[in-house]
Write a protein that binds this ligand. Structure first.
Ligand SMILES: CC(C)(COP(=O)(O)OP(=O)(O)OC[C@H]1O[C@@H](n2cnc3c(N)ncnc32)[C@H](O)[C@@H]1OP(=O)(O)O)[C@@H](O)C(=O)NCCC(=O)NCCS
Length: 169
């Protein structure tokens, strides 16, 4: 399956934002956003490891979608369509600190859901650190339900919460 055909080129989602595919060449910009958030730095992610990870994920066939404000990448999402069977999995979602709380995260999440839904993928899963209260509230406000917990999943002292949204297609 090939997702994102309709995102080829650039698509206006509001007056100030443009959605675009994230390419290998943008991996460094994604890494810059990740370095702004303790969510990733506390997992030991560095600018270089973030860049390499994004390049690898895109190479492996995951999809990348970003929102650009002017000439700056302001938000990014990396996601796939092969989790728990053939369901969607939102692997990474981040907004540049300069733009948080302005609706970009929600707009990008809507676009990811729309893209999957238009390709008959009905459910989107994601993991969220149980201490990341703001992000948990963000997902729940967008219709995600907590369906499980993974104690000590990535680090012994950190739990991950499993969230899912149904009815995308
Ligand atoms: C979580 C995140 C993607 C939300 O994107 P956003 O563009 O700030 O979100 P929106 O403006 O669309 O929506 C605002 C909601 O996001 C949530 N939120 C989470 N962190 C926030 C922050 N630092 N500032 C403001 N809102 C935040 C709140 O629930 C807020 O809702 P409220 O107004 O009812 O409090 C973004 O804050 C971010 O990149 N956080 C760091 C990385 C992260 O936690 N990613 C998710 C990993 S599972």
């Amino acid at each position: 399956m090939k997702l994102l055909d309709r995102h080829k080129g650039s698509q206006a989602v509001s007056q100030n934002w443009h959605a675009e595919l994230i390419t290998q060449a943008m991996a460094e910009d994604v890494g810059c956003i990740m370095m702004q958030h303790s969510l990733w730095t506390k997992y030991g992610v560095t600018q270089e490891s973030a860049k390499q990870r994004v390049e690898l994920l895109l190479n492996q066939g995951e999809y990348g979608l970003g929102l650009r404000c002017g000439n700056k990448l302001a938000a990014f999402a990396i996601y796939g369509d092969k989790t728990f069977g053939d369901h969607g999995y939102l692997r990474l979602l981040g907004v540049d600190k300069m733009f948080v709380g302005q609706g970009l995260g929600g707009a990008l999440l809507d676009l990811v859901e729309k893209d999957l839904g238009e390709h008959q993928i009905d459910r989107l899963f994601c993991l969220c650190n149980s201490e990341n209260r703001g992000a948990l509230r963000f997902y729940q406000n967008h219709g995600y339900a907590v369906v499980g917990r993974l104690p000590g999943w990535t680090q012994p002292h950190l739990d991950e919460v499993i969230l899912v949204k149904r009815g995308l297609s």
